[in-house]
Design a protein around this ligand. Sequence first.
Ligand SMILES: NC(=O)CC(=O)C(=O)O
Length: 283
Amino acid sequence: MSKTSNIMRLALLQLKGSKDKVANVQNAVSKIEAAVKEHKPRLITLPECFNAPYGTKYFREYSETIPDGYTSLQLSNLAKKHQVYIVGGTIPELGENDAIYNTCTVWSPTGDLVAKHRKMHLFDIDVKGGIRFKESETLSAGNDFTIIDVDGHKIGIGICYDIRFEEMARLYRNAGCEMIIYPAAFNMTTGPLHWELLQRSRANDNQLFVVTTSPARDTSAEYVAYGHSMVVNPWAKVQQSASEGEETLVADIDFSEVEQVRQQIPVFGQRRLDLYATEKKST
Ligand SMILES: NC(=O)CC(=O)C(=O)O
């Protein structure tokens, strides 16, 4: 698709969550409706695990099939009704052979499912005195990279822990991406340490926009999300950041900044590919 404009308005919906799936989805519906009415975004992003509690004991219980499950149908209808792209955060997906995935769905303005990204790197950490989490107890990992085209701009999709793996972001850059969107739920241990650092690092490594959308922070929840949904520009500057609560962050993206930084700091062409390379293995 050829580039129709360098300017794109995003709405990042930092949403509260609960153990009530229907209430979670209906909250997303109302916030999407409000964002469209007030801001007319081209693309809307939702948080990781926005329709369910973020916890290994909940994933199977809250899982649903894609694209015919309840949450998918709601997002598809909204995308078509408002003629907007929706990067639908993530939901627990019931996949083939009864496997469960942490999956991001992307809906076009015609309501079609144009991409489905399954979290490639499962969040398995054990920080002493901090947090222990082991997605691999119940989830399977995805094996595919996901790139969408919005108005001629290639956008990579990753999910939360995927942001820690610079090879993935580099491969998106190598494929021509100007932005990477990560629905993500960092926590109160790793959030203060790494949330902004990782986004600015991936943006700087690859001279592209990095966009993250977190759940709102709920200190009564079993998993307390960090919040601070963010847009980082290709200069690795934080363009905009939400706070901790439920919030809609509206950002006007100027993709011409990507070319500007790449021309002024031309690291991509200066790589010593005679000595090293970042390569995608065929699966
Ligand atoms: N929750 C995640 O997938 C990742 C995370 O919180 C971290 O990397 O820290």
